[in-house]
Ligand binder design. Sequence first.
Ligand code: AMP
Ligand code: GLY
Length: 420
Amino acid sequence: MNILILGGGGREHALAWAILQNPKCDRLIAAPGNAGIADIAECAALDIEDGGAVAAFAEENAIDFVVIGPEAPLAAGVADRLRAAGILCFGPSQAAAALESSKSFTKAICDACGAPTAAYAHFTDADAAKDYVRAQGAPIVVKADGLAAGKGVIVAETMDQAVDAIDDMFGGSFGDAGAEVVIEEFMEGEEASFFVLCDGTDVLPIGTAQDHKRAGDGDTGPNTGGMGAYSPAPAMTQAVCDKALNEIVTPTMAEMARRGTPYTGVLYVGLMIADGQPRLVEYNVRFGDPECQVLMMRLGGQVLDLLLACAEGRLAEARVNWADDHAMTVVMAAKGYPGAYEKGSVIAGLEALPEDSMNMVFHAGTKRIDGKVTAAGGRVLNVTARGASLAEARDRAYGMVDRIDWPEGMFRRDIGWRAL
Ligand code: AMP
Ligand code: GLY
């Protein structure tokens, strides 16, 4: 079959790499893709948030299946537009994507279905928000309601930080995303993510992971989109997974169906776990980046069968074949990220690295210029490895990192510290 992947980050490179291992895939196009994806698939320029343009492109290229990577096209209704054109598609409708695009929507769903999450209040006015924060005390969490590219959450340790965050959000720092603000109880515990496929009726767990949000070793420095991840997450014991499914995911899916907006696609369930009890931090309506890279490394070619079963409403009969393995990805970012950074520096040494089912460098933000791989974004490479143990996966991944010659890059040395 002919498959189109929307997106051009490390997540989409990992999806492309796994999907290509499945013999059902005849032709693979990624839009826009990146230099790493271009080595294994076709790349096309396309406005991926324009549903009409994506549907027309899919028809012209006889695409049988579209896999939507990032949240923006989902929030823009690209899946709805494709389905209306009769094109099979992996990803939720615009209405169901509100589980990521509106934090107050998700909170209201949790209220309606009884899913455990942080206590919260929702504001459209700065003074009322500040009064609430003063009454609650710090630490407290201030969130822009809408999509803010992972930057709309401030975990305020002091009252002053919370008040500043409220002023920033209502002052327009996050554009329309900050016109509404959710203020939440600060939850303590260990954070982990749980990935499940949903077809509107059935739910199939496909893995767990832990991310590292801070830029620096020892979880210091500014928050980022993620500096590394590993799978499985030891905090996600079978008992915690069962609770997350029974108390959070299944009730959410039932509530979405009851409202006439059933959820289909992958649901990224961000959890805070304390004393064996998971509580919902957030939903994302897509694979995590870089969490997807470790999941794809472990699942391989069966991913296409799982995504198809999900899109076609056949999850009840789908099975995941688990290996008893571990995967780790180390993000190499441009120095300065998540602040200002340079683009265009040359990355050498990639050709000499192994590319197989145990070792893979996924490209996140790269561009080939005059035949050379160059940095074209903040997060640039995801050096990913698999092993029989997490320590083995780590040694392989850092072994590759050390062979990459990129003086303008930086990375964390301690990915996986919590589990190791
Ligand atoms: P989100 O964008 O909702 O994932 O939030 C970003 C990060 O902020 C999360 O991964 C958590 O580390 C942290 N966070 C969000 N909400 C809370 C909360 N209620 N309590 C503690 N930490 C939180
Ligand atoms: N790595 C976090 C995310 O994809 O939202």
